[in-house]
Design a binder for this molecule. Structure first.
Ligand code: SF4
Length: 299
């Protein structure tokens, strides 16, 4: 049944024919392709969910200063700030996505969903979704299965790695996973789930991968927050049956086309974009000099 995850259209057709949910089809795929039983898959996802929640809490409670100093407890500052731009929920969403990603930048434990660079998006989205809508862990686990299906298709049709397709592939995929999870948990139908994926990717197309000093910190951390926000706005749009117009499979193909025509300097090489700015270059030099200074004396 690998063909199922070649396209969103195939996934939808299969689910409708078999009268099963999107989550069930992913579970079936895991069983068939990886030889795992239901409880193994569920336990693995529950462990991942626990790590995601711990990453959020760690990022909001412990010192999050990275070796480079570029990440410096931003999540806590956002969480505690007295001015609320939109709503307390939005403030929490943003600070949680930042928090889990800061844990990654500070070498803590996270879940790569789908990559470490994008590891704050799903925790921020799911944590906040569960809190606001009182969604039980079982449903969250199902949503994670749906998110996995979304990532499998994007990986096949485009890419989920910044080094291959730019940041659109990495944070864009995580945001699409987050949007699909929200719509699934809030009772959206298959079209609405896939529409949320399409809308999310439409919002993130063309985003380059340009990490300063080659460290997954700037702009990665703030992009996790903005991607979490886009996941929510796309879910809100898709739940109202507003169409993406361009079908999701075609949107993902566009992402692949943009990724393959993107210049190498925008693919995690730290040669273009923010990494190539005057400040970016001077940070890179400082980080390099410090690393050389701490090298062990070979004499
Ligand atoms: S800028 Fe590059 S390294 Fe950073 S999150 Fe995006 S894809 Fe990952």
């Amino acid at each position: 049944m690998a063909y199922l995850f070649d396209s969103f259209e195939g996934w939808k057709k299969y689910s409708l024919e078999k009268k099963c949910t999107l989550a069930d089809t992913v579970l079936e795929y895991e069983r068939e392709q990886k030889g795992r039983n239901i409880s193994e898959v569920n336990e693995g996802l529950m462990r991942a969910w626990t790590v995601m929640k711990e990453a959020v809490r760690t990022g909001l409670e412990e010192d999050m200063t990275s070796r480079s100093g570029m990440v410096n407890n931003g999540a806590k500052k956002v969480f505690r700030h007295p001015v609320t731009v939109l709503s307390p929920e939005f403030q929490k969403l943003i600070s949680r996505a930042l928090a889990a990603k800061e844990v990654n930048s500070c070498m803590g434990r996270v879940v790569a969903a789908p990559t470490a660079g994008a590891s704050g998006i799903m925790p921020g989205v799911l944590y906040t979704l569960q809190e606001i809508h009182h969604i039980d862990d079982k449903k969250i686990i199902e949503a994670m299965m749906v998110a996995a299906g979304i990532a499998i298709i994007i990986e096949q049709k485009a890419s989920i790695a910044g080094a291959v397709g730019g940041c659109q592939a990495e944070t864009g995929t995580a945001a699409a996973m987050g949007a699909g999870s929200i719509v699934y948990c809030l009772g959206g139908n298959i079209d609405q789930v896939f529409n949320s994926v399409a809308i999310t990717i439409q919002c993130m197309l063309g985003l380059v991968c340009d990490p300063v000093a080659g460290l997954v910190e700037i702009p990665c951390v703030v992009r996790n927050a903005s991607a979490a926000a886009i996941a929510n706005s796309s879910a809100q749009i898709a739940l109202a049956d507003v169409s993406s117009v361009i079908p999701v499979d075609e949107v993902v193909e566009a992402m692949g086309e943009i990724g393959s025509s993107m210049e190498t300097r925008y693919k995690e090489t730290a040669l273009g974009g923010l990494a190539a700015t005057k400040t970016g270059q001077s940070i890179a030099k400082r980080v390099l000099i410090r690393d050389i200074e701490v090298l062990p004396d070979e004499g």
